[in-house]
Design a protein around this ligand. Structure first.
Ligand code: NDP
Ligand code: 2IT
Length: 451
């Protein structure tokens, strides 16, 4: 069976040359499927692995827009509709200069299994653009979003494909895109999630990924007879996921001492000042250098000063690390330092933040691990709760949505844990999550025939 996986990986490498992030995501999943594929020959018989690594369709388009100087600019837009075996395509949109087909495909591939794990009826997709929102005026961002939606609107719908936010796409961008969709179609529909609370959004969606990540970590720790209360935690990033991870850590009595952005990191021994962080990032959209102007005793390390090949966030001793910025931000050298400093848990808030080498080290050294597909699924799960409220024309309270989110995170933990046990690797949540997420989608594909 190892040979079967090797063949599938070789085929992927051949058919998607140069797509290193996509290949990395596929490799991580396929390797952990080995015990399942051994136990259940039907998946090989029906060629599920070969089929599941090919998206249903890949939509790539030009996004022309006019900058403030009146010049026509253009970017590349993507929507990868990966799998709708268990529900309409669902997944975020990323606007970042690093975006390319490989990045969007890795995110779309992971989304299939993440969405499956939530227990909700949502398929996997992802989209975005290499547009860089940094340094752009609000007018430029609006015109870009309008142009992006003019093309995207042809392919989405509340029972077809429902995008949401990701890096560089938050409430403001979702608003501009929703407004454009409405003008184009005259339909008031839940075609996007992460909408504003006045026009169809759900309470808790803003907080959901960060809150969910900490709820997941609590499930891991509770199983080991521990809690996060009183523990020093490190967090990377200072965007949506990082901010609400830090908030929930504070609420549960932990001490989050770091955050970071693309220019550097903050280490504040007293615990990150959440309201200042929100003002800097959510209101003023500034760099983290602003933080030390208010808290001169905190330490700021610019990215140029990070030791080569490492992310300085992970040099700070902690009980638990929450990588919550971007892919491959925690490598082998970083995990060695974390381990040396007696870190007990790595919980992935971002998508694929740990390299394959770092994950191998984590598993080999028995460090507790919350894999991204499970740990950060609270965001998309709450997106589905938004879709449910839109479809039934209901509005749930903050407490109701938060309680549902907590139940979903517990369900994902239990399912991943029980599945790891079923395959004699009790506590290996990466294996458990990948197998459980895959199995539901694969069985659906078999039941649906030649799809
Ligand atoms: P945001 O755009 O809100 O924040 C991203 C943060 O990461 C910013 O602090 C940004 O710094 C930093 N960052 C981004 N790219 C890089 C990079 N190449 N190098 C260093 N720092 C970087 O995005 P989110 O918080 O929404 O997303 C963070 C991660 O969580 C991503 O991996 C995303 O896919 C994942 N995720 C998001 C969900 C959501 O609901 N939003 C759900 C599940 C996962 P700067 O401000 O300087 O750009
Ligand atoms: O990676 C993710 O799960 C997200 N960016 C959220 C997707 C969603 O549809 O809410």
């Amino acid at each position: 069976m190892e040979r079967y996986i090797e063949t599938a990986l070789k085929a992927t490498k051949h058919s998607t040359p140069g797509q290193s992030e996509f290949y990395q995501a596929v490799k991580e999943v396929l390797i952990s499927l080995e015990p399942l594929l051994k136990a259940e020959p039907k998946y090989a018989h029906y060629n599920i692995v070969e089929r599941i690594v090919i998206p249903d369709r890949q939509i790539i388009f030009r996004v022309p827009w006019i900058d403030d100087a009146g010049k026509i600019r253009s970017n590349i837009g993507y929507r990868i509709q990966f799998s709708n075996s268990i529900g309409p395509y669902k997944g975020g949109l990323r606007f970042h200069p690093s975006v390319n087909l490989s990045i969007i495909k890795f995110l779309g591939f992971e989304q299939i299994f993440k969405n499956s794990l939530t227990g909700l009826a949502i398929g996997g997709g992802k989209g975005g653009s290499d547009f860089d929102p940094k340094g752009k005026s609000e007018g430029e961002i609006m015109r870009f979003c309008q142009s992006f939606m003019i093309e995207l609107s042809k392919y989405i719908g509340e029972t077809i494909d429902v995008p949401a936010g990701d890096i560089g796409v938050g409430g403001r961008e979702i608003g501009f895109m929703f407004g454009t969709y409405k003008r184009l179609t005259n339909h008031y529909e839940g075609i996007l999630t992460g909408k504003g609370l006045n026009w169809g959004g759900s309470l808790v969606r803003t907080e959901a990924t960060g809150f969910g990540s900490v709820y997941f970590a609590e499930n891991i720790l509770n199983k080991r007879g521990e809690t996060i209360n009183g523990k020093i935690c490190t967090v990377s990033g200072s965007g949506n996921v990082a901010i609400y991870t830090i908030q929930k850590l504070h609420e549960l009595g932990a001490i989050p001492v770091t955050c970071s952005d693309s220019k550097g990191m903050i280490y504040d021994q007293n615990g990150i000042d959440l309201s200042l962080l929100k003002t800097i990032k959510e209101v003023n959209r500034q760099a983290l250098t602003e933080y030390i102007k208010v808290h001169p005793n905190a330490k700021y390390i610019p990215i140029e000063a990070y030791p080569a090949g490492t992310n300085a966030v992970w040099s700070i001793p902690c009980f638990a690390a929450f990588p919550s910025a971007t892919q491959n931000e925690l490598g082998l050298e970083d995990i060695k330092i974390l381990h040396k400093n007696d870190c007990q848990l790595v919980n992935e808030g971002a998508n694929m933040p740990c390299t394959l080498e770092a994950i191998d080290f984590i598993v080999a050294h028995g460090i507790a691990f919350g894999p991204a597909k499970a740990a950060n699924a609270g965001g998309v799960a709450t997106s589905q709760l938004e879709m449910s409220q839109n479809a039934s024309m209901q509005k749930w309270t903050f407490g109701e949505v938060d309680a549902k989110l907590q139940n979903i995170m517990k369900h994902i933990f239990d399912l991943s844990y029980d599945t790891s046990k079923e395959f004699q690797q009790e506590g290996n949540l990466l294996l458990g999550a990948n197998i459980a997420g895959f199995r539901k989608v694969a069985d659906s594909m078999i039941e649906q025939g030649v799809v």
